[in-house]
Each structure stands twice: as structure tokens, then as C-alpha cells.
Design a protein around this ligand. Structure first.
Ligand SMILES: [Zn+2]
Length: 754
């Protein structure tokens, strides 16, 4: 048995060893420039300090620091001073954004009994910052509209479209009701959006202990999970259907004199009032529901029978907000490039938090600061990056990516011209390297991951990740792919952090990296996400913080120093083919499901199995979808794969023949920088033109989760069959433009003079 396991691992180890061979030059470097780069990277790797990260975290999380708070500004000035101390050319760029804070929050049950919700997270005696109540933002959902409603209550599971289909089968309508949804399984803003679409007049969102409470682990302060009265704050701005950033200045920078919409005209505010609550406050409300039992997989871990409602339970929800304009402070710091100052490698992480925010975002803000300190040190020692490095500590990420989106919108033209890559993080803990972003950088980031040592096992982080993925794989086919494919897959980006404007709106190649997967956490967006919690339950000795600094630093250095930018297209073409296969399966499954259900209706199945004591409504028959025409996409995929191979072969041959001329390199780098932008269209996605990228977007009905080839995928999911066909044609055209660019780069390499 043991022997078999070892034999099974052999191909993996061989791949890893051959890829690690030290004499192999880094991708995009000659033998000589690679050796120099390796020396500088080795010097860099020794610099980030776990102890300093702990110090920075203690300082940055000492007080609540949400947008508009005194300590948010104080932190911004402290971060600015640090960058300057380390020799960076740094300044603060300020934007003026709409940031609502609670004026009034009332939640009470008025029938059949009276109960008033606490809506208050109590301090914990061992935790020294949990009692800063004067500075803590109360628990609320930002960009909920003001509202006052008294209505029957209905439990809607996670509040997703398919949950409402089940409610319909149970004969339950939410029209005129207040819904209560569980946190999780989608981005939170989807819940009030779908509730409003079904006629609800208010929305409560609670944290069920099954998802991040005692079902998972001990609760705080005995363990890392959410206690009875812990509440998840968070934004419910409808950014997937419109755009993130300041709701009053969509598409433009929210400078002091920008032209603003009136608050009532802002398209991204919710349509109904929303309030997040703890399971302590939710339990009496849920216990008062009657009506049908909730389907088995809707039920959580509270010791109550979960009914759907409605029934006698009637609740009163009232929320009112201060609709203020507040400043956000982005710290922008530069090291100018020595050879190509007009090519920018950009790295960012936000500094604002909902409350004290140790895990989110300070755990990765401190890794970014240690990268910055180390780069300052290297510059003193004589390191001169070829390209300009720009570090950004964003403000206002939590309300909805305010600081990064406004900066990207304000500087859109320069960024599209000069930005090579945007590299993001937003929190870090213990575990495995999580690699997300543009698959044109998949080979590159795999290369970096070979070089970084896991602090616990001392394995290269890429090797540890590969073995973890084999452990987690669902099928023998998946395991085989993970063992045999040279590169681990980089996952597509949806949204939920500051990379959104860069990739989705501007079409700049993007990476988002962190370590996670080994530490339970149930304090997200609560007052308990603080220094005490982090240093007891997360990356307590900051060794994964150091590993993330080492990883990010290598990514930034190598992109800033490469002779030829390390973009690569065979992994990208392989990924596009995989997405196309998924889309075909989705369309087929959708068609089969409708055919089957129609047949069951005709057979009288739903009438026959209906239990008159627990009646259910038969689903309606639906039009059978037409077959879609995937041929344009298939043809584009094939052509793209051929061009990708051609570029790869031309690059290897040209590189083997000796260094390329400066003029050729400059030209190729220009084309490679443009490659992500080629995946966008000026018109953007159907009904949401701010989203220009045709391969990646957040889901209109999932939020943070990525929808790949979103125009086609969402048309299928939403049964817009004509649109699916026309989007296939648009995506094929974009891929063909990309192919043309790759071909022209390959041609240039084939003709290159050395
Ligand atoms: Zn964050």
C-alpha cells in the first residue's frame, strides 16, 4: 500500500525536480540576466520579518479604522510615513465617496410574541480591543436603503434564485414579506436583490452556526468561530449588475469636483432595507415560524425545527442611515524603473476594515509592507528594477472597492497604456498557496511557487499544493490531470477585492495570491477580527505572512526585471477550451432537465406523488431550449491553441539563438502588455457595460464567484438562448483578436535578429 502510494507520486516529483533545476533560467530572462535576478531574489527572500509583521499588525489594528474614522486617516498617514522612511516616492491620493453609516436600527417581533433584537456584539474580557464600542461601527449592511416595514417573516435558505423555485413548489410566496436568509453560498448582496425581485419588502441576513459557528469549532474566545451575538457586517451594494466603487460617480474618479448623481438615482443601492443579525437574534424569529418544514438541506444547527413560514410571526424592521460623503485615502508609492519607467508593475492591498480588521485586511497589508521595506533595502544595496513598481494601500475596500475603483477610473487611460500586471492580496492565514488570476500568467506564477518554501513542511509551496489538490480531487480523472499537467491551475477571478476594476473594467492582467486552508475562522467582519484573535487562532507566528511576502516579492521583482514579460498562452488556450466544454455541458444539462421535467408533468407525476397533508405545487412546463451553435467558439479555441503553441516554439527557438535585440524586446513587451486588454470589448457585457472583460466577471446572481465566459454562461443560466448564441459569436471574435496578437508576436520572434 505504502509502496503503491510512493510509486503514484513519482511523476509529480520528476516534474517538480526538472522544473526546479537551478540552472534553468527564469522565464523571460537570459542565462546571464537570470543569474543576476536569482542573486537579488535570494537577497530579497531573507529580508521579510515575521516579528515586524506582528508589530505592524498591532499598530494598525489598535483601534477601529473604517472609512471616515479618525484611525483610518491615522493609519493612512502612518503607512505613508513608512513608505517614505523606506525610500519610496509616496503620496496620498484622496477621493470623496458616498459612505452610509447607521442612524437607526430596529428589529423586533411584534406577533405572536414580542422580542427585540439586541443588534450588539458584546466585548470579550480577554480581548483588549473588543470593548472599543465608542469607535466601532454598529453591525449593518452598507448601501441598504432607508426603510421601515412590518410584515410576516419567511425563511429563504441562502436566498438564491433556486431557493425561490423550491418555495414556489411549497406554495410559499414572499410577496409583501420580510425574508430571513442565511449568510453564505453567495455574496451577501445577492440575497436582498433576489428577495426584492420576488416582491419582498425587507431582508434579514443571519450567520447560522452550521456555517461559521459551533458546528465547525469552538466559539470565540475559546475557539476561532462566531459566538452567539457575533454579526457579519458587509456591503450589499448591487455592484455585479452595475459597477463597484462610489455609487454616485459610476465610471469616473470620485474627485472633489466630480459630477455626482443624486443619492436617489444611484443604481447600485438595494431596492429594500437590509440588516445583518447574529444567530442569537435570529433564533427567536426562526423559532416562531410555522408553515411547511424547510427542505432538509436548508436546515442549520440551531436547536429548533426549521419551518419556512409564513405564519403568525410578524416582524418590524426599520433602518435609517447618514448618507454622508467621506474621504478615502489611497497611499500610492513608487520605485521608478531604470530602463522602462513607463511600464508599471502594480501591487495592492486595502488598509481599511469594518472594525479592527486583523485578518481582513491587515494580515496581508503587513506582508505588503514587509515587501516594501525589503525593496527599499535592496535599492540601497544597488538593485535597480527595470520597470516602475507601484505599491498601493487602498482605502474603502470594505464598503465596495471604493479606493481602488476610483483610482483605476481616475487613471484609466494611463493604466491601460502603462500597467503590465496588477497583483492583489486581501488577507492571509495558514495553509496552502491560493493562486487566482489571469491564466496567461499561470506558468509564471507556478515558476515562482516552486521557489518558495512552505514554513510548516519545508516543501516547495507548489509541491504541497499539488499534493493537497490530489487529496481533494473528486475523481480519478481529476487526480490524473493534477499529477500530469506541468502547471497547477490558476483559478479565474470573480470579485470581492481590489483587483476588480483592474481586470474586469480596464483589462489589465491580474494575480491574487494568499495562503489559507488550515485555520478555521468565524470572525469575518465582526468586532472579534482583531489582534488577540489573529495571534491566538490564525497565523499566530506570522510565518505564512513571511512566506506571502517572499512569494509576492518574487512575483513583483521578476515582472519588474524580466527582459521579456513572462506571459504564456498555451495554459490560457487550454483553460479556454475547458471553459467551452463546461458551457456545452451546462447547455446540455439545462436542456435535459427541462425535457425531463416536462415529461414528468405530462405523466402526471407531480399529482400522483402529492401528499394532500403536505401539499406541493407542480412546476410549470417550460419551452424546450434550442440547440446552441458553439462552432464559432470551437473554431476560435482551436486557432488560439495553435497560435499559443507557435508562440511557445518561436520563443524557445529565438531564446536558444541568443539574446534578442532591444528593439525586438520592446516591441514584444508592448504586445504582451496588450494581450489582456484584447480580451475586452468597449461595449462590455450585456446589461452591465462597466464590465468589459469577455472571459471573467463576477456573477450577476452569485457576486464574488467568477463566471467564466460570462456573456454565454449567464445567458444559458438565465435561459436567454438567442443571447447565448450571439455572445458565443462575440467571444469568438475577441479570442480571434487575441490569436492575431499572439501570431504577430510569434512572427516577430521567428524573424528576430539577434
Ligand atoms: Zn478585505
Amino acid at each position: 500500500m505504502r509502496r503503491g502510494v510512493l510509486l503514484g507520486l513519482m511523476p509529480v516529483l520528476l516534474v517538480l525536480l526538472s522544473a526546479r533545476a537551478d540552472e534553468e533560467p527564469f522565464q523571460g530572462f537570459t542565462r546571464q540576466t537570470s543569474a543576476t535576478e536569482r542573486d537579488w531574489e535570494t537577497k530579497f527572500r531573507a529580508l521579510p520579518s515575521a516579528e515586524k509583521q506582528r508589530e505592524y499588525m498591532q499598530r494598525l489594528t489598535a483601534r477601529p479604522h473604517h472609512v471616515g474614522s479618525p484611525y483610518d486617516k491615522d493609519n493612512a498617514e502612518w503607512i505613508l510615513a513608512k513608505f517614505k522612511e523606506w525610500g519610496w516616492d509616496a503620496h496620498i491620493e484622496t477621493f470623496q465617496v458616498l459612505f452610509p453609516t447607521p442612524k437607526e436600527r430596529v428589529l423586533e417581533m411584534v406577533e405572536p410574541t414580542r422580542f427585540t433584537a439586541k443588534l450588539q456584539e458584546p466585548p470579550v474580557s480577554v480581548d483588549p480591543t473588543s470593548n472599543q464600542q465608542n469607535e466601532q461601527l454598529p453591525s449593518y449592511n452598507a448601501y441598504s436603503i432607508d426603510g421601515d416595514a412590518t410584515a410576516p417573516l419567511v425563511f429563504v435558505n441562502y436566498g438564491l434564485p433556486k431557493d425561490y423555485e423550491e418555495l414556489e413548489r411549497l406554495g410559499v410566496s414572499v410577496k409583501g414579506a420580510i425574508v430571513i436568509a442565511k449568510y453564505g453560498n453567495s455574496w451577501r448582496g445577492i440575497k436582498p436583490k433576489v428577495a426584492a425581485e420576488h416582491g419582498a419588502v425587507g431582508c434579514l441576513i443571519y450567520s447560522d452556526p452550521q456555517d461559521d459557528g459551533y458546528f465547525v469549532d469552538n466559539v470565540y474566545p475559546q475557539g476561532p468561530m462566531r459566538p452567539t451575538d457575533g454579526v457579519q457586517r458587509g456591503s450589499v451594494m448591487d455592484f455585479p449588475s452595475s459597477s463597484p466603487g462610489d455609487p454616485l460617480t459610476p465610471g469616473i474618479g470620485a474627485t472633489a469636483d466630480a459630477k455626482r448623481l443624486a443619492v436617489k438615482d444611484a443604481p447600485s443601492l438595494t431596492k429594500i432595507p437590509v440588516l445583518p443579525i447574529s444567530y442569537g437574534d435570529a433564533q427567536p424569529l426562526l423559532a416562531a415560524l410555522s408553515g411547511p418544514m424547510a427542505p432538509r438541506d436548508w436546515r442549520g444547527s440551531l436547536a429548533i425545527p426549521y419551518h419556512v413560514g409564513p405564519g403568525a410571526a410578524k416582524v418590524h424592521l426599520k433602518v435609517a442611515f447618514n448618507w454622508d460623503i467621506k474621504p478615502v485615502y489611497d497611499i500610492i508609492a513608487k520605485i521608478p524603473g531604470s530602463e522602462q519607467p513607463d511600464a508599471w508593475v502594480i501591487r495592492g492591498n486595502h488598509h481599511d476594515a469594518w472594525v479592527n480588521g486583523a485578518e481582513d485586511p491587515t494580515s496581508a497589508q503587513v506582508t505588503m509592507l514587509e515587501e516594501a521595506r525589503a525593496f527599499g533595502e535592496l535599492v540601497k544595496q544597488g538593485w535597480k528594477p527595470k520597470r516602475t513598481i507601484i505599491y498601493c494601500a487602498w482605502d474603502g475596500e470594505e464598503p465596495m472597492l471604493l479606493g481602488s475603483t476610483e483610482w483605476a477610473e481616475e487613471h484609466d487611460k494611463e493604466l491601460q497604456q502603462h500597467a503590465v500586471v496588477y497583483i492583489n492580496s486581501d488577507g492571509n492565514t495558514r495553509g496552502y498557496l491560493s493562486m487566482n488570476g489571469s491564466q496567461t500568467l499561470e506558468r509564471f506564477v507556478n515558476g515562482v511557487a516552486h521557489e518558495i518554501q512552505d514554513p510548516e513542511t519545508k516543501l516547495p509551496v507548489s509541491q504541497r499544493l499539488r499534493l493537497r489538490e490530489i487529496e481533494r480531487a473528486k475523481s480519478a480523472d481529476d487526480r490524473q490531470e493534477i499529477r500530469q499537467r506541468a502547471d497547477l491551475r490558476v483559478q479565474a477571478l470573480g470579485s470581492g477585492s481590489d483587483y476588480t476594476a483592474f481586470i474586469d473594467h480596464l483589462g489589465i492582467a491580474t494575480l491574487d495570491l494568499s495562503f489559507d486552508g488550515e485555520a478555521n475562522s468565524g470572525i469575518y467582519h465582526s468586532i472579534y477580527d482583531d489582534f488577540y484573535w489573529f495571534t491566538h487562532f490564525a497565523d499566530t507566528d506570522f510565518v505564512y505572512g513571511r512566506a506571502l511576502s517572499q512569494t509576492m516579492g518574487a512575483v513583483v521583482m521578476r515582472l519588474a526585471d524580466a527582459d521579456l514579460l513572462p506571459f504564456e498562452f498555451t495554459d490560457f488556450a487550454d483553460t479556454i477550451r475547458m471553459y467551452t466544454k463546461e458551457l456545452k455541458k451546462l447547455a446540455g444539462d439545462e436542456r435535459d432537465a427541462i425535457l425531463e421535467r416536462n415529461k414528468e408533468v405530462d405523466e402526471g407525476l407531480f399529482t400522483a406523488v402529492n401528499d394532500p397533508r403536505h401539499p406541493q405545487v407542480a412546476p410549470p412546463k417550460e419551452d424546450v431550449p434550442p440547440y446552441l451553435n458553439f462552432a464559432p467558439l470551437d473554431n476560435a479555441d482551436d486557432a488560439l491553441a495553435l497560435s499559443a503553441q507557435r508562440y511557445d516554439a518561436a520563443l524557445k527557438a529565438a531564446w536558444a539563438a541568443g539574446p534578442l535585440s532591444a528593439a525586438t524586446l520592446q516591441d514584444l513587451n508592448q504586445k504582451l502588455t496588450e494581450s489582456e486588454h484584447r480580451l475586452t470589448t468597449p461595449e462590455g457585457l450585456p446589461r452591465r457595460p462597466w464590465y468589459k472583460h469577455m472571459i471573467y466577471a463576477p456573477g450577476v446572481y452569485s457576486g464574488y464567484d467568477a463566471k467564466t465566459i460570462p456573456g454565454v454562461r449567464e445567458a444559458i443560466e438565465q435561459k436567454h438562448w438567442d443571447e447565448a448564441n450571439s455572445e458565443i459569436v462575440r467571444v469568438a471574435k475577441v479570442l480571434d483578436n487575441e490569436r492575431a496578437l499572439i501570431d504577430s508576436a510569434a512572427q516577430e520572434l521567428e524573424a528576430a535578429k539577434h
